[in-house]
Ligand binder design. Structure first.
Ligand SMILES: [Fe+2]
Length: 271
């Protein structure tokens, strides 16, 4: 395991405002590039900020998950993520939420997301893959995973993706994100990311605070503190000829407040 001592951008206090919602490239934002077959951990002030584990997910599980990820593709849907989408609308970029979601201004009740509700069999087909990713998280970051497990213990089991400590996942396709933090996820917990990409290079995960870019792909799991600003490097490939799917699994903090699924449905009737 390679240890990377992360060094904060010298003017981060100002820089973080400047880069928010901006697209960054490697030459402008990155001095430390993480790739190759070795696992790596990024440390800042004694705290782990990310860990990338190479070749941990069985390809058979990826083959089972891929058709589901392709099925959920919804071109243009990433534009709903206002900060992460930047100031441009990419008609190809897709971002679809699976699993469960908290009460919201427009839908003030906890619920399975539209995909999970409409396609329970496909959601089930994703589960062995999600469970394998979760196992890597549990084994590799037990102390951080324990924060998430404590939240699971306070949450109705119907809101937890079976066999995992996550409530929710996002499946992105062909989407270069602008600088954003992930909001609404459990403080102190990480997200687990995977990437299934072919036909292109680029798309590295950049943490501008530390000027670090992480390359990852099939088989790899990237665990990170995505409360910090992050984005993707530009894709390098012929548009229309590549495929890049990323999955993100995490715990939505407000799921703790939800009643059972029946109780949440009753909230709709009272409205
Ligand atoms: Fe994100």
């Amino acid at each position: 395991m390679k240890t990377i001592n992360l060094i904060e951008h010298p003017k981060w206090f100002y820089q973080k405002v400047r880069v928010l919602q901006q697209f960054l490239d490697l030459s402008a934002a990155v001095h430390t590039y993480v790739d190759g077959p070795e696992d790596a951990v990024g440390m800042s002030d004694g705290q782990i900020q990310f860990k990338v584990l190479r070749n941990r997910i069985d390809h058979e599980l990826e083959k089972q998950a891929l058709p589901v990820c392709r099925f959920v593709y919804e071109p243009g849907s990433a534009a709903k993520r206002l900060v992460a989408a930047g100031y441009v609308v990419d008609p190809k970029a897709s971002s679809v939420v699976i699993g469960y979601f908290e009460r919201h201004r427009h839908q003030p009740y906890g619920r399975p997301t539209a995909f999970t509700y409409k396609y329970p069999e496909l959601f089930k087909q994703m589960q062995p893959y999600m469970q394998a990713v979760d196992r890597v998280y549990r084994e590799e970051l037990p102390e951080i995973y324990a924060v998430q497990q404590a939240a699971v213990a306070k949450t109705k089991p119907c809101w937890i993706i079976p066999g995992t400590a996550s409530t929710t996942g996002t499946i992105n396709q062909d989407w270069q994100t602008a600088c954003h933090p992930d909001e609404g996820n459990l403080p102190g917990a990480f997200s687990a990311l995977t990437c299934m990409a072919s036909g292109l290079t680029g798309g590295e995960l950049i943490f501008p605070r530390w000027g670090v870019a992480i390359q990852w792909g099939y088989g790899d799991v990237l665990l990170g503190n995505f409360h910090e600003l992050h984005c993707n490097a530009p894709f390098v490939g012929e548009p229309g000829t590549f495929e890049r799917i990323t999955c993100v699994f995490y715990f939505r903090e407000k799921m703790i407040l939800c009643g059972t699924q029946a109780e949440e449905r009753d909230r709709v009737k009272m409205m």
